[in-house]
Design a protein around this ligand. Structure first.
Ligand code: HPA
Length: 270
């Protein structure tokens, strides 16, 4: 895998002159952050050697490199998911490549179902911790010490300083935000009422089908991570919670500008 990572990284470096130190992976409906960038290069995933290409509607699939908030950033508009059939190594490959081209801080966003009864559709939840319920671990298998240690510490999965900065900026922008625990599981079904209840009992505020594998691989590689969810639907015990992919995309699109503004300000100030 090490060689494949470096082959992809070498290709990307050949297209750019500045080294990105910040990486952003955009989830469902959040592609508009890519439009806020002054682009230096736009590289479709299918041009990058060894890169996985997403099949889901709403995930366009290109890497945009350019300036945001005065810093060189690399944004992945569109991600692959485990439920699409990719292996965990494929899902997290772009994180490895970002690390290889120089990224030190990774920003992740996603759409998620809210289980905390104080949450509303359209809320932004800053992720302070996660629970990994994926059936397979991205670091399972022989460990390549060039990529990271065998047993990574996970005492600070989401960087405290970036979280504090996000809260400070949100307050300045009069943007209300929630802070909570994200549970990652494989999907593609949304949860049954009993599952939402159980996920709430074990400590989740929101649930979704991404972010956790990328976080783990980023921590393995020694990166700082910030992540936020847009609450696109609710799974609240005692209520009827129907949900469709269309509703998720619509709610994510509507709330996306708030998250874009927050993330752009964070990148400018970090
Ligand atoms: N469950 C799982 N994944 C999701 C949800 C949900 O309710 N909403 C958006 N992604």
């Amino acid at each position: 895998m090490y060689e494949q990572i470096h082959e992809a990284a070498t290709y990307i470096r050949s297209k750019i002159s500045n080294t990105p130190t910040v990486g952003v992976i955009l989830g469902s409906g959040l592609g508009s952050l890519a439009d806020a960038i002054e682009p230096e290069a736009e590289i479709p995933y299918h041009d990058i050697p060894n890169f996985p290409v997403s099949t889901v509607q709403g995930h366009s699939g290109k890497m945009v490199i350019g300036k945001l908030g005065g810093k060189t950033v690399v944004v992945m508009a569109g991600r692959t998911h485990y439920y699409e059939g990719y292996t965990m190594q494929e899902v997290t490959f772009p994180v490895r490549v970002m690390k290889a081209i120089g990224v030190e801080a990774l920003f992740l966003s996603n759409a998620a179902g809210g289980m905390n009864p104080s949450y509303k559709i359209g809320d932004i939840m800053l992720i302070k911790d996660h629970i990994n319920l994926f059936p397979e671990h991205p670091l399972r298998g022989p460990n390549d010490e060039r990529l990271g240690t065998r047993f990574p510490d996970m005492s600070e999965p989401y960087d405290h300083k970036l979280l504090a900065l996000a809260k400070e900026i949100a307050q300045k922008q009069s943007l209300p935000v929630q802070t909570g625990v994200y549970i990652g599981l494989q999907g593609p079904t949304f949860e049954t009422p009993a599952e939402y209840t159980w996920l709430r009992i074990i400590g989740g505020d929101a649930v979704g089908m991404s972010t956790v594998p990328e976080n783990i691989v980023a921590k393995h590689g020694g990166m700082r991570v910030f992540a936020a969810s847009i609450i696109t639907d609710l799974g609240i015990t005692g209520q009827v919670n129907t949900v469709s992919h269309e509703e998720v995309l619509a709610a994510a699109n509507e709330a996306a500008p708030k998250l874009c503004t927050l993330v752009s300000a964070m990148i400018a100030e970090m």
